[in-house]
Write a protein that binds this ligand. Structure first.
Ligand code: THG
Length: 690
């Protein structure tokens, strides 16, 4: 053993006593608890929850929160809501008396030694007076079918449906590891144990949110003891204030895509999460299974080009293409990336440098199909978007607007592009499935639900980002429509034909180069891809992947919602004050941010470059000033155009002035970095607007 990490503030709460104390406080304030009362159904009328049916009759309610733990799927089903969690059994055992512990603890302090975790062996330990309790995740995943559990009314401390009989043979290797770690257990025996049932989810996060179909029905599920108080507070804030002070996007029950709600998917991915519970995973660690759930129409061509795929939201997304490997040898000296240390080199390839180079110097095709697209249409569409969005929406057909959705406290719920494709038809480029749920719940809140249609069109369409200085030359070879700078201005959209394929072209670029997002229906995708690829060969066109994409967008200073900013940040802190420009000034969150500005922001999302020019960090690392942690890295990449690693980080405003020195802690090393003026590439917008 080399060492350990002592957390002096670690402690124990007796769940039973804590719950009794909480109930007493809530009762004082008027809450009623009805123990041992079975929920038989959830009543609803006109799309709203109205009550809960129990054996003793209906309890009227305009808000129902299902906190049913691993029974969540059963309660959710009562309103037709998918609750993607898997009940799994997990072993906990107690030894008999351990001589070394005798006399150490009393009734009042039953555990004086620190709680111990041995992550490599998937074990944790605590004292129970003179015994040791051992929890193990080292055993096989043991999924539990709800209908196999004892559902008799007879529940006691000794007999609960969530406590299954201990399977000693599954625990044997864990106990051997425990004895190796704690020599005092050499003569000890396991005296009792149980296989306790609790919830796992496809990505390990809890499930919080309101039903899309039945207003007022909420879930707060897959919440472990570890999260319980925090989730309770956040849910109370959501119910009372409509927003929480905490970023909850990792808990949003609507973050999963339709394919990810399937029972077999939930079962497989949740079991994988059980296996990996204490593991240190690389941030790019690929999901091994299930794969190939969703592929874009370009997939066959991408495979031919040796795409290395990673998965997100069920989508296969190329990170780089081995077909571009030969370009690495052609890279000019200033574009040749320095070698990376082993961890940062994992799931990465120098081919990304070549793809970035071709994007900045010729033209490249990016598969943008996985970008969430939502069609918002109908007589109430404009009003809904006006009331949600920080920018003016009533612009001409063909306009594209970059703007934010805020919560009532001014926190950033999403950043979107809104293209007005018709008088009453808008295409929203969004960040995820939770944005669809948000549009629906806001439509309901504003009384616009029957005047707006909200449709996720991601799967039925596809998109190629065609970007680079030669993008216009390439498109003009295949189209008689006007793609000139004047004909289709920056941040404008038009319907057109390219190689005979009907498309919607939007002139914007997350990588910061001349070009368009070119959308068409899925059936036409492969033909569009083939036409562009063939017609651009002499221009040096390539297919390029996410690794280059992420590097290029950081050079351009474009934020990624969920990593760089969340509801915990306002537009000015995030450097997005320019996106607040509404005509009415009465969008959600407008009152909260009134009077705020970049100058009043106490913290800033800052662009750092790494001083040594080669130490690539990966994100989430602490940032230090004078040896003290003051912030953390949100996104990072090597900037191939600027020849330096880039890290965006949250910093107190006092540390965020351009030129300030900071340090990033990386595997115990202090990496010197400097706050840089942003964006690092093309601040004049000369490359895009021409
Ligand atoms: N394309 C589309 N929609 C999207 C994204 C996208 N929605 C989600 C996410 N990505 C949004 N993020 C951005 C970030 C920056 C820009 C566009 C989408 C961008 N910004 C210009 C700038 O800052 O210079 C805006 C200029 C302006 O507002 O005039 O282009 O990739 N369809």
């Amino acid at each position: 053993m080399l060492g350990g990490l002592h957390v002096p503030s670690d402690g124990l709460a007796k769940a039973h006593r804590a719950v009794i104390a909480l109930m007493a406080r809530a009762t004082e304030r008027g809450a009623q608890f009805r123990g041992s009362t079975r929920v038989l159904g959830v009543e609803q009328r006109g799309g709203r929850v109205t009550g809960v049916t129990t054996a003793d009759g209906v309890v009227p309610a305009d808000v129902v929160v299902s906190c049913a733990g691993f029974w969540g799927p059963e309660v959710g089903a009562m309103v037709g809501m998918s609750v993607p969690l898997l009940p799994l059994a997990h072993q906990y055992a107690k030894t008999g008396q351990v001589r070394e512990l005798v006399g150490r603890n009393t009734e009042r302090s039953e555990a004086g030694l620190p709680i111990l975790r041995h992550q490599d062996a998937d074990l944790y330990f605590r004292e129970h007076h003179d015994r040791i309790g051992i929890g193990s995740y080292a055993h096989r995943p043991m999924p539990v079918r709800l209908d196999s559990l004892d559902s008799s009314e007879d529940v006691s401390a000794r007999s609960m449906p969530s406590m299954l009989p201990f399977t000693e043979e599954d625990f044997a290797p864990a106990f051997e590891d425990a004895q190796k770690l704690l020599p005092a257990l050499a003569d000890a025996k396991v005296e009792e144990g149980f296989n306790g049932v609790f919830s796992f989810t496809p990505d390990g996060g809890s499930l919080v949110g309101e039903s899309k179909e039945v207003a007022g029905f909420w879930v707060a599920e897959a919440v472990w003891v570890t999260h319980s108080a925090g989730v309770a507070k956040a849910v109370a804030q959501l119910l009372v204030d409509g927003h929480s002070e905490y970023d909850l996007h990792g808990l949003d029950v609507h973050r999963f895509e339709e394919v990810q709600l399937d029972g077999a998917y939930v079962s497989e991915t949740s079991q994988q999460n059980f296996r990996e519970i204490y593991d240190v995973l690389h941030p790019l660690q690929p999901k091994e299974s299930p794969r190939d759930l969703r592929v874009s129409p370009f997939h066959a061509r991408q495979v031919e080009l040796g795409a290395v795929f990673l998965e997100a939201g069920g989508w296969e997304r190329p990170h780089w293409y081995e077909a571009n490997a030969a370009l690495v040898d052609q890279l000019p000296a200033e574009w040749t990336p320095p070698a990376r240390e082993a961890w940062a080199a994992k799931f990465h390839s120098p081919v990304a440098a070549a793809e970035a180079w071709r994007t900045r110097t010729a033209v490249a095709m990016y598969d943008m199909t996985a970008l969430k697209r939502i069609e918002v249409s109908g007589p109430g569409a404009l009003e809904l978007l006006e009331r949600m969005t920080t920018a003016k929406m009533g612009k001409s057909v063909g306009s594209v607007t970059y703007a934010l959705w805020l919560d009532e406290a001014g926190g950033i719920r999403s950043d979107v592009t809104v293209a007005r494709l018709g008088e009453q038809t808008f295409q929203v480029g969004a960040n995820g499935n939770q944005d669809v749920a948000l549009l629906l719940s806001e439509a309901r809140r504003f009384g616009l639900a029957d005047q707006v249609q909200v449709r996720d069109t991601t799967g039925e369409t596809c998109c190629i980002g065609l970007w680079g200085p030669d993008a216009r030359t390439l498109v003009e070879r295949l189209s008689t429509d006007d793609f000139s700078n004047e004909g289709l201005k920056y941040f404008r959209a038009t319907r057109a034909r390219i190689a005979g394929v009907p498309v919607t072209a939007m002139r914007l670029s997350y990588v910061g180069e001349l070009g368009w997002e070119i959308y068409t229906t899925a059936d036409n995708g492969q033909r569009l891809w083939d036409a562009l690829f063939a017609a651009g060969q002499d221009l040096g066109v390539i297919a390029a992947g996410r690794a280059a994409f992420n590097s290029l967008r950081l050079e351009k200073g474009y934020r990624s919602w969920g990593s760089d900013m969340t509801t915990e940040h306002d537009p000015y802190e995030a450097g997005l004050g320019f996106a607040v420009r509404s005509a009415t000034g009465t969008f959600t969150g407008s009152e909260a941010i009134a009077g705020r500005s970049e100058e009043t922001a106490a913290r800033r999302l800052a662009c750092l470059t790494v001083d040594d020019g080669e130490s690539v960090v990966l994100g989430h690392e602490p940032v230090l000033v004078d040896g003290e942690p003051v912030g953390y890295v949100t996104s990072a990449a090597f900037g191939h155009t600027v020849g330096r690693p880039i890290a965006y980080a949250w910093l107190p405003a006092s540390a965020a002035a351009v030129g300030s020195s900071v340090e990033i802690e990386y595997f115990g090393r202090r990496v010197a970095a400097t706050v840089a003026a942003e964006p690092l590439v093309d601040p004049e917008m000369a490359r895009i607007r021409r």
